[in-house]
Design a protein around this ligand. Structure first.
Ligand code: ZN
Length: 193
Protein backbone atom coordinates (compact mmCIF):
# COMPACT_ATOMS: atom_id res chain seq x y z
CA UNK A 1 0.00 0.00 0.00
CA UNK A 2 1.16 3.51 -0.81
CA UNK A 3 -0.29 7.00 -0.94
CA UNK A 4 -1.20 8.10 -4.45
CA UNK A 5 -0.54 11.67 -5.42
CA UNK A 6 -2.38 14.20 -7.56
CA UNK A 7 -3.45 13.73 -10.39
CA UNK A 8 -3.90 9.95 -9.86
CA UNK A 9 -7.33 8.89 -11.25
CA UNK A 10 -8.43 7.16 -8.02
CA UNK A 11 -8.45 10.57 -6.33
CA UNK A 12 -11.33 11.52 -8.67
CA UNK A 13 -13.30 8.35 -8.01
CA UNK A 14 -16.64 8.66 -6.21
CA UNK A 15 -16.73 5.69 -3.87
CA UNK A 16 -19.76 3.53 -3.16
CA UNK A 17 -20.78 2.55 0.40
CA UNK A 18 -19.18 -0.54 1.87
CA UNK A 19 -21.52 -3.47 2.37
CA UNK A 20 -19.38 -5.35 4.87
CA UNK A 21 -16.30 -5.10 7.03
CA UNK A 22 -14.02 -8.12 6.78
CA UNK A 23 -10.52 -9.07 7.88
CA UNK A 24 -9.00 -7.74 4.69
CA UNK A 25 -10.60 -4.33 5.21
CA UNK A 26 -9.42 -4.24 8.83
CA UNK A 27 -5.90 -4.99 7.60
CA UNK A 28 -6.13 -2.22 4.99
CA UNK A 29 -7.25 0.25 7.67
CA UNK A 30 -4.38 -0.72 9.96
CA UNK A 31 -1.96 -0.10 7.07
CA UNK A 32 -3.63 3.25 6.38
CA UNK A 33 -2.95 4.34 9.97
CA UNK A 34 0.71 3.33 9.60
CA UNK A 35 1.05 5.34 6.39
CA UNK A 36 -0.76 8.34 7.82
CA UNK A 37 1.63 8.51 10.79
CA UNK A 38 4.67 7.85 8.61
CA UNK A 39 3.83 10.95 6.54
CA UNK A 40 2.73 13.02 9.57
CA UNK A 41 -0.90 13.28 8.49
CA UNK A 42 -4.02 13.67 10.63
CA UNK A 43 -6.44 12.04 8.17
CA UNK A 44 -6.37 9.67 5.22
CA UNK A 45 -9.13 8.51 2.86
CA UNK A 46 -9.30 5.14 1.09
CA UNK A 47 -9.04 6.86 -2.32
CA UNK A 48 -5.59 8.10 -1.29
CA UNK A 49 -4.32 4.53 -1.01
CA UNK A 50 -5.96 3.54 -4.31
CA UNK A 51 -9.00 1.82 -2.75
CA UNK A 52 -12.59 2.61 -3.88
CA UNK A 53 -14.22 2.36 -0.45
CA UNK A 54 -16.29 4.90 1.50
CA UNK A 55 -14.00 4.97 4.51
CA UNK A 56 -11.50 7.37 5.99
CA UNK A 57 -9.43 7.54 9.15
CA UNK A 58 -8.64 10.45 11.47
CA UNK A 59 -6.38 11.21 14.39
CA UNK A 60 -6.24 14.97 14.66
CA UNK A 61 -3.38 14.79 17.16
CA UNK A 62 -1.24 13.02 14.52
CA UNK A 63 0.24 11.10 17.47
CA UNK A 64 0.55 7.36 16.80
CA UNK A 65 0.60 6.74 20.57
CA UNK A 66 -2.79 8.43 21.05
CA UNK A 67 -4.88 5.37 20.12
CA UNK A 68 -7.95 6.81 21.84
CA UNK A 69 -7.89 9.65 19.28
CA UNK A 70 -8.09 7.27 16.31
CA UNK A 71 -11.34 7.23 14.38
CA UNK A 72 -12.42 4.97 11.52
CA UNK A 73 -15.35 6.46 9.62
CA UNK A 74 -17.21 4.01 7.41
CA UNK A 75 -19.99 5.20 5.06
CA UNK A 76 -20.05 8.67 6.69
CA UNK A 77 -22.83 11.19 6.10
CA UNK A 78 -22.69 14.84 7.10
CA UNK A 79 -26.17 15.83 8.26
CA UNK A 80 -25.72 19.48 9.28
CA UNK A 81 -23.26 22.21 8.38
CA UNK A 82 -22.97 25.57 10.15
CA UNK A 83 -20.60 28.49 10.33
CA UNK A 84 -17.97 29.30 7.75
CA UNK A 85 -14.24 29.71 8.15
CA UNK A 86 -11.17 29.83 5.90
CA UNK A 87 -8.11 27.95 7.19
CA UNK A 88 -4.93 26.70 5.52
CA UNK A 89 -5.00 23.01 4.58
CA UNK A 90 -2.70 20.43 3.14
CA UNK A 91 -3.22 16.89 1.85
CA UNK A 92 -0.93 13.85 1.78
CA UNK A 93 -1.73 13.50 -1.93
CA UNK A 94 -0.30 17.02 -2.49
CA UNK A 95 3.03 16.91 -0.60
CA UNK A 96 4.23 20.29 0.68
CA UNK A 97 1.33 22.22 -0.90
CA UNK A 98 -0.83 24.33 1.42
CA UNK A 99 -3.66 26.75 0.71
CA UNK A 100 -6.58 28.34 2.57
CA UNK A 101 -9.91 26.52 2.13
CA UNK A 102 -13.34 27.79 3.14
CA UNK A 103 -15.39 25.18 5.03
CA UNK A 104 -18.12 24.86 7.63
CA UNK A 105 -16.99 25.49 11.17
CA UNK A 106 -19.30 23.00 12.83
CA UNK A 107 -20.81 19.76 11.52
CA UNK A 108 -23.07 16.97 12.68
CA UNK A 109 -22.36 13.63 11.03
CA UNK A 110 -22.90 9.91 11.37
CA UNK A 111 -20.64 7.04 10.40
CA UNK A 112 -20.09 3.37 11.19
CA UNK A 113 -16.99 2.27 13.05
CA UNK A 114 -15.04 -0.97 12.60
CA UNK A 115 -17.30 -2.73 15.10
CA UNK A 116 -20.26 -1.92 12.84
CA UNK A 117 -21.78 0.55 15.32
CA UNK A 118 -23.29 3.79 14.08
CA UNK A 119 -21.74 6.78 15.81
CA UNK A 120 -22.81 10.40 15.78
CA UNK A 121 -20.23 13.18 15.56
CA UNK A 122 -20.97 16.74 16.58
CA UNK A 123 -17.65 18.46 16.02
CA UNK A 124 -15.99 21.76 15.22
CA UNK A 125 -12.49 23.19 14.71
CA UNK A 126 -9.80 20.94 13.28
CA UNK A 127 -11.89 17.77 13.68
CA UNK A 128 -14.75 19.26 11.61
CA UNK A 129 -12.29 20.52 8.98
CA UNK A 130 -10.45 17.21 8.66
CA UNK A 131 -13.79 15.35 8.56
CA UNK A 132 -15.02 17.51 5.66
CA UNK A 133 -11.68 17.25 3.82
CA UNK A 134 -11.62 13.44 4.06
CA UNK A 135 -15.33 13.11 3.30
CA UNK A 136 -14.73 15.11 0.09
CA UNK A 137 -12.12 12.52 -0.95
CA UNK A 138 -14.82 9.82 -0.91
CA UNK A 139 -16.74 11.87 -3.49
CA UNK A 140 -13.63 12.30 -5.63
CA UNK A 141 -13.36 15.94 -4.59
CA UNK A 142 -10.00 17.51 -3.68
CA UNK A 143 -9.14 20.52 -1.55
CA UNK A 144 -7.74 22.30 -4.60
CA UNK A 145 -11.26 22.11 -6.12
CA UNK A 146 -12.47 24.36 -3.29
CA UNK A 147 -9.89 27.12 -3.59
CA UNK A 148 -10.65 30.68 -4.61
CA UNK A 149 -9.19 31.56 -8.05
CA UNK A 150 -6.40 33.61 -6.45
CA UNK A 151 -5.40 30.89 -3.96
CA UNK A 152 -5.45 28.35 -6.81
CA UNK A 153 -3.20 30.60 -8.88
CA UNK A 154 -0.70 30.76 -6.01
CA UNK A 155 -0.13 26.99 -6.10
CA UNK A 156 -0.49 26.47 -9.85
CA UNK A 157 3.23 25.86 -10.43
CA UNK A 158 3.36 23.28 -7.63
CA UNK A 159 0.36 21.45 -9.11
CA UNK A 160 1.97 21.41 -12.55
CA UNK A 161 5.11 19.91 -11.01
CA UNK A 162 2.99 17.03 -9.62
CA UNK A 163 1.37 16.54 -13.05
CA UNK A 164 4.87 16.34 -14.57
CA UNK A 165 5.94 13.82 -11.95
CA UNK A 166 2.86 11.69 -12.69
CA UNK A 167 3.51 11.81 -16.47
CA UNK A 168 7.11 10.83 -15.76
CA UNK A 169 5.93 7.78 -13.79
CA UNK A 170 3.74 6.80 -16.76
CA UNK A 171 6.61 7.20 -19.21
CA UNK A 172 8.88 5.08 -17.03
CA UNK A 173 6.17 2.40 -16.92
CA UNK A 174 5.81 2.46 -13.12
CA UNK A 175 2.23 3.81 -13.23
CA UNK A 176 -0.56 1.73 -14.82
CA UNK A 177 -2.71 3.41 -17.47
CA UNK A 178 -6.18 4.78 -16.60
CA UNK A 179 -7.94 1.70 -18.01
CA UNK A 180 -5.97 -0.66 -15.74
CA UNK A 181 -6.51 1.55 -12.68
CA UNK A 182 -10.28 1.81 -13.26
CA UNK A 183 -10.62 -1.94 -13.97
CA UNK A 184 -8.98 -2.72 -10.61
CA UNK A 185 -11.29 -0.29 -8.78
CA UNK A 186 -14.33 -1.87 -10.46
CA UNK A 187 -13.20 -5.35 -9.35
CA UNK A 188 -12.68 -4.23 -5.73
CA UNK A 189 -16.11 -2.53 -5.76
CA UNK A 190 -17.72 -5.68 -7.06
CA UNK A 191 -16.32 -7.58 -4.06
CA UNK A 192 -17.14 -5.15 -1.23
CA UNK A 193 -19.62 -2.44 -2.16
ZN1 ZN B 1 -6.54 14.95 1.40
Amino acid sequence: MRIVKYPHPTLYHKSRPLKRVDAELRKAIAEMFELMYEYSGIGLAANQVDLPYRVFILNITGDAAAKDQEHVLINPTILKFSGNVEVEEGCLSFPEIYAPVRRSEHIVAVAYNLAGEEKQYEVDGLFARAFQHENDHLDGKLFVDRLSPSHLLNIKEDLLALVDEFSGDRQRGVMPDDGQILARLAELERLRT
